[in-house]
Design a protein around this ligand. Sequence first.
Ligand code: PLP
Length: 496
Amino acid sequence: MNYISTRSNDYSCKSAYAIKKGLAADGGLYIPTKFPLLTLDEISAMSADNYNMRAFNIMRRFLTDFSDAEIKESIDKAYNKQNFETESIAPVYKLNNQVYFLELWHGCSSAFKDVALQILPHLLTLSIKKTGEDKTVVVLVATSGDTGKAALEGFKNVDKTKVIVFFPANGVSEIQRLQMVTQEGDNVSVGSIVGNFDDAQSAVKGIFSDESIKKELSEKGFLLSSANSINWGRLLPQIVYYFSAYCDLLLNEEIILGENVNFVVPTGNFGNILAGYYAKVMGLPIKTLICASNKNNVLADFINTGMYDINRRFYETSSPSMDILISSNLERLLYDITGGDYTRVKDWMHDLKMRGRYEVPDITKQRIKEVLWGGFCNEADTLMTIKDTFEAYGYIMDTHTAVAKNVYDQYLFKTGDSTKSIILSTANPFKFGESVMTALKGELEKDVGQFQLLEDLSVITETKVPTQLLALKNKDIRFGQVLDKKDMKEFIYNSL
Ligand SMILES: *Cc1c(COP(=O)(O)O)cnc(C)c1O
């Protein structure tokens, strides 16, 4: 299978090269030239498999330049008892006869990004070898909170790699911050940046497209790469759990083979939901992908109006991993939905960069609406949804998942669609304990310590605090530095 750029249909390469590079040389994103199709019988057969076998079945269709043994080994190194607290890796929880939660947060950073970032380092190191590279890879990450920790954990002490993470000083929860600044490992660095996530992301993108930095690093034996969800090696493992969830519902006789389901996805950079779109393209019976935004509702507006416009206020919300105005992976959807019209995609991305907006024609808008339904949820409703769902079902959600649940409720109300729906649950509620506690209790007392709060939440919800979050209490801070954007370059050089 070959991969090309979304902006030129050029730079054709194998998966190893695409994974190594992250971004294509023209600034576009790598996409497979063709998607494999699975028959219903193949999907049905997969339901007898465990998660690792399902992952192997899906991933080998895309990684044709990897041997089966390499793929299997990468999968087993990623998805095991050490890294995930449940053998099913991504279990499905049944809320009622129509709604399910796909719990993606049982990994070591307590958020869904572990599913991709535990396997990416293995795919990346293999990719480097396969492309004849002897440089050390420097993985540069801009994070709105969850990617950073998951990348640090995934790459920690992996041979021939270094990982440098930048997070917005004011855009992450206290637990997220502690998770990153206490990170262990010999090949890791973390800096917090003055500004919001988009500031951090655009600065990192700037470094990626700066030839002089690349040259200087190259001379020192380093190669820049990305672990953000624009990397194909991150997107691919996410396709797996859509199939896996469907297989679980089949296995439990919640649905019959071929029955359509909806997926509801709390969305930020558009990586998670794009993987769902690809699963649909590959033949998974999905009716609608419900795209849930928080108060930063650029995507919801885009789906409903065809106008993508970032000239608006940026809000810091209680679901910080979705506080994004530029959802990078949308570019891949646009490419596919326009039948590979890369000239258009390139123009839109140019407009976005120069004017902060672009508008797609009616036909494109129509196509998007055939597969996506967009909605958003404000801050008060996010907290209310956590409380209501807990009171009605005893099920506790984090803020991101609550945004999705709320948007699903809006969808149900507006469309009356009774199709069984799977809400992607993207973080452990304890990771956003302060907001979850506020949702349940109203105003919190001032100066309640983070860890007291987790224990209180544990008592109220009768659930256990994840051990890796409790352990943060006694860890030393290794990376306390707050940086200005202009100092990032120097920070990188100093980290190597
Ligand atoms: C990253 C993240 C999201 C958003 O996922 P995208 O792939 O960026 O759309 C949602 N919820 C949580 C908890 C996350 O960490």
